[in-house]
Design a protein around this ligand. Structure first.
Ligand code: ADE
Length: 260
């Protein structure tokens, strides 16, 4: 996969040199190109922003510099998918990460200040797939950190990046049996640490009981931390024991309850 990132702070992306993503780059699974937006300015101050039409606080990124930068990065016939991080965008979810992981070429345009002049998205939206994307209901100082988040979420899904030992199929938000179920607590050696014991069932060697215990913990954690996800649990994927536990925790999963 080719990744281009345009930003006024390309140095923000040094974490992409390390760990899983760094290795994917070394192997050529990920081909990352960083670009300094200011390289496409023409004034001595390398200006990228100006005051907003209609008034209001903050500054808006100028369309001319973004147009030149994007044209130059994509070339005459290039057709990447253009992603613009902004708190006003569509939510970035595991499902969108999976969809983006199948694309051959992504171009991220990092805005700062109050954002990029909207005509840039309109202009490229007429020739490329363009998505404005938010990583959550909070406001960052700019799109750079959001792009790091997205690149890591997408990159770990690329073939060969995780390896078999850490398969992504059991991820909490991946489609399938585990969709909308948070992962439960995990433990390793020693069996007692500062007087705290590892739950006995995990040492029992009884695979059926371990699986049941893990599922109970996952359900409990989901109800406690993300009650909004419970309605999205696949009813066909819930057994009698799951339903009883959800009842006890005062949620009932099933289409008859959705209207309430
Ligand atoms: N830029 C500023 N805040 C953001 C957010 N929550 N998601 C994506 N880009 C952003």
């Amino acid at each position: 996969m080719r990744l281009d990132i345009i930003s006024i702070f390309p140095e923000y992306f040094s974490p992409l040199d390390v760990s899983l993503i760094g290795k994917a780059r070394e192997r050529g699974t990920l081909d990352v190109h960083l670009h300094q937006l200011r390289d496409w300015t023409h004034d001595v101050h390398k200006t990228v922003d100006d005051t907003p039409y209609g008034g209001g606080p903050g500054m808006v990124m100028k369309p001319e510099v973004w147009g030149e930068a994007i044209d130059s990065v994509i070339g005459p016939a290039g057709r990447p998918r253009l992603l613009v991080p902004t708190p006003s965008g569509r939510p970035f979810t595991q499902e969108l990460a999976q969809e983006l992981a199948t694309e051959p070429w992504l171009l991220f345009a990092c805005g700062r200040y109050e954002g990029i002049d909207s005509r840039v998205m309109a202009e490229y939206g007429s020739r490329l797939p363009v998505d404005e994307v938010s990583i959550g209901d909070y406001v960052l100082a700019g799109g750079e950190v959001a792009v790091l988040v997205m690149v890591e979420a997408i990159g770990r899904l690329l073939p060969g990046v995780l390896g078999n030992a850490h398969s992504a199929v059991d991820d909490s938000f991946a489609p399938g049996a585990m969709k909308n179920l948070l992962e439960g607590p995990v433990y390793t050696k020693p069996p007692v640490w500062r007087g705290r014991e590892v739950p006995e069932v995990l040492l029992s060697g009884h695979h059926g009981k371990v699986a049941r215990w893990r599922r109970d913990q996952a359900l409990r954690r989901t109800v406690a931390n993300r009650p909004d996800l419970v309605a999205g649990l696949d009813p066909a994927g819930l057994d009698k024991h799951d339903r009883r536990l959800l009842d006890e925790l005062s949620f009932r999963a099933g289409p008859e309850d959705v209207a309430n």
